[in-house]
Design a protein around this ligand. Sequence first.
Ligand SMILES: [Zn+2]
Length: 411
Amino acid sequence: MRKVKKDTGSKHEPFMPDKVFSAEASVNKIIPNVLNTPQKYIQGDGVLGNLGLYLGLVGSGHTAVLLSGGGEKRFGEMVSQSLKRSGIAGTLVTFPGECSFEEIERVTELLMKERTLVDSIVAIGGGKCLDTGRGVAHRLHVPAVICPTTASTDAPCAGLSAIYFSDGKFRDVELYPLNPALVIVDTRIAAQAPVRFIVSGMGDAMATWYEARTCFQNPKGKAMLGTRPTITSVAIAELCADTLYDNGVKAVEAVRDSQVNESVERVVEANTLMSGIGFESCGLATAHCVAQGLTVIPSLHKNYLHGEMVAIGLMTHLVLEGKDDEAHKVGAFFSSVGLPAHLGQMSLNPERDMETLRKICKAAVELPFIQNEPFDVSPDSLLDAMLNAHKLGLEITRSFGDAAYLAVHGK
Ligand SMILES: [Zn+2]
């Protein structure tokens, strides 16, 4: 069993990718092509019931399981039975809900007081629980085992955590040298979540290919760690979009009845694994800058999911790049699965909210990913693209209808 060093905790060294991957750090001044993936990705109907078996892969004898209060009620018994069957000791830690440095330190210190030190961290839940688990595992130098309970974003496979202040405001992204040891996705659990989650995940995942292509084709484009994409990750990003076009509608129909079928399996894999590898290894661009820009408006941040904001971002991204035909294809897909295709579906009205839109575009162009575009992007050029994308989205909604969107949003 792995021994935990006593001098971890709050004194941990933050990981600086530039010290490893920048041209300056390299003996021959090159930026390498890097693929970021979890060590193992395990997906299937009911797989969380085998958690103990899979922990054997990392040689764990005593794990800490991070779960929210609600998660404890839903999965606590199943998880402890599974650990028991495999002879693994488990320490349950309740996750209160915010991924902050304070919370990561609290859990780290709590686990350092255990009589036998834990040799793995399992996090089961939504993004913030998973991000906290990753942060704790990094500080304790033990493998992170990440078990998402929805397919709503592509964050589970990543080697980073989004950190918030205790009051919920975004603070920073913490990067880790390695991705999680295991990512375990129980498709049954993902299919039982409200349909809006998997639909939102498709918005996040659809953008991955178009942003990956922008970064790959621009010789100056960079992925999350400042590296260049491998062609493997670019191919995965493209397969991600194709998988969604082929299976999106059928998956939504099945999840509406809490059913798992082949299409649900494929969409869950696209949203979680393909998009996760794609965004982290290839890079982000305008679509995610717009999505982040939208979060500066508190009512949007509160009422819309990440992937819904990315959907609006992707329409803008494609129009900005002059690819209106692709924007049309993407918008038609969004309409068919229930993602927003125009600003009205984000409670925004250009005639009424022009100042708000200006604010969003100003925040968006300040983000570093915007530099992955092969041309300069100003707040004005971005606003133009956003308004044209909005018009296109309105036309699409007129011909395809908004029944899917209304169904997802319970109207
Ligand atoms: Zn995203």
